[in-house]
Write a protein that binds this ligand. Structure first.
Ligand SMILES: Nc1ncnc2c1ncn2[C@@H]1O[C@H](COP(=O)(O)OP(=O)(O)OP(=O)(O)O)[C@@H](O)[C@H]1O
Ligand SMILES: [Mg+2]
Length: 181
């Protein structure tokens, strides 16, 4: 994968496949400290300890459509290569939380990529789930909470094309503002 946003989408999809109704995504860019960290947590069905021990094995997957599961192992691999720490915690019946950090100036770190596009496709493709996306760059923060968006929609659905268009624009512009120095 060429973008972190695609890895993030993959991890979020694991949670959605586990029946999550809320997925929280926290991206923190500490540019001065030279660390990028990503935290993704979901309230899906989680994993029992035996499964959790196996998930980092690229040949373990509970998917029935294919035998290998690469999402987590690839993400961890990238994180380790970039001098970062990787951690996964899960409670059977409660949910899962993944933390990963990356040294920003590491030569192997891939670009963050199109977070706005990734968030919008997650939102459009999973209208029954909610997302809380927080993106911090040093001391500035952007929040997107689909529960709050739904409240403000007054009867319109979040996947309504007009809503998607204006929400996408808002997210894209806010992130662009946040990213610039
Ligand atoms: N958030 C989660 N909640 C519950 N189970 C999870 C979660 N994330 C991963 N798993 C379990 O770990 C396995 C491995 O996940 P991983 O993302 O590495 O591969 P995959 O999702 O099976 O396949 P791929 O990501 O390549 O499409 C999954 O099949 C699933 O059983
Ligand atoms: Mg996966």
């Amino acid at each position: 994968m060429r973008e972190l946003s695609l890895h993030i989408m993959d991890i979020v999809e694991n949670g959605l496949r586990a029946g999550a109704t809320l997925v929280e995504i926290f991206v923190k860019e500490d540019r001065k400290g030279n660390w990028l960290s990503v935290e993704i947590s979901d309230n899906g069905h989680g994993m029992p300890d035996e499964t959790l021990k196996k998930v980092m094995d690229p040949f373990f997957s509970t998917r029935s459509t294919r035998r290998v599961g690469l999402g987590l192992s690839m993400f961890r691999e990238l994180c380790k290569r970039c001098d970062g720490e990787f951690d996964i915690k899960s409670k059977d019946g409660e949910g899962t939380k993944i933390n990963a950090s990356f040294r920003i100036d590491h030569i192997d770190l891939i670009p963050l990529g199109d977070m706005a596009g990734s968030m919008m496709s997650l939102i459009m493709g999973n209208s029954e789930a909610d997302f809380l996306y927080t993106h911090e760059v040093d001391d500035r923060t952007f929040h997107l909470d689909t529960r709050q968006v739904r409240e403000e929609l007054e009867g319109l659905e979040i996947y309504n094309p007009q809503v998607v268009k204006s929400l996408g624009k808002l997210v894209r512009e806010s992130l662009a503002d946040l990213m610039e120095e």
